[in-house]
Design a protein around this ligand. Sequence first.
Ligand SMILES: Nc1nc2c(ncn2[C@@H]2O[C@H](COP(=O)(O)OP(=O)(O)OP(=O)(O)O)[C@@H](O)[C@H]2O)c(=O)[nH]1
Length: 251
Amino acid sequence: MTQTKLESKVLSVLEDKIELIKTNKGAIYLVGPIQLPVNLYGETIEFQWYCWLNCEEVTENYEKIIEKLSSVNLAELQQSSVLSYGDFSYGDDAIIRMHSICHTGDIFGSKRCDCGYQLKQSMKMIVDHGTGALFYLANHEGRGIGLFSKAMAYILQENGYDTVDANESLGFVDDSRNYDDAILVLKTLRSKPVTLMTNNPKKLKALKDAGLEVSERKPLWGDVSEFNENYLETKIKRSGHLEEEETCSND
Ligand SMILES: Nc1nc2c(ncn2[C@@H]2O[C@H](COP(=O)(O)OP(=O)(O)OP(=O)(O)O)[C@@H](O)[C@H]2O)c(=O)[nH]1
């Protein structure tokens, strides 16, 4: 597609739904909220959906950004998004999840990990809680190694390596995920404390280091089977994932 001049109606409809968030590498353009009715365990639940795009260009002239979209092959890249539920900006008590994309677990329902279970269960916990958000982090595949390298890591795991050794044997660190952009989006959407659903202390630390108040952590274990028991055990023994529920201090 070629770059075209926008109709004024298109611009006026879209620009109210775009927010600029400055980063140290440029900007995040956050678009939303968009109504998203979701089929969650057979029930239709109304979420609010936002998506964001990272750009080096920083401008409040959104026309410049929108006009470029058709000439940049965004489908070849990954964009992250967030589903919010209830009064996420102002509700006193909100529960959130920073979910790292897992093509095999989230989409195919692979039982080699617990990701698909965690995704659905966290959405259910948000709805049960009444207010919350699920951040779906699209640049986190394979703990940051990407899908193709994860396939390689799986082959190594079929040959006796655990998750950590497999990543490291391919020249990666065990976990290279970064939460900075998601945290900036979270801060834009909400300033009050949050409860975090995770077993991973690094996610807690990332939020606290960014000055966010995390009032509580909710663990998210489940869907244990013969296919993922070694993977789950490696998370606790080697990656430092936490087993028990606990209240977080904010120091
Ligand atoms: N490299 C690698 N990544 C995996 C494997 N299985 C799942 N993943 C990825 O691991 C990420 C999820 O990380 P986990 O360690 O399961 O969990 P976490 O996100 O650190 O912590 P929780 O918040 O408790 O889920 C996703 O990006 C998955 O794609 C694997 O065998 N090897």
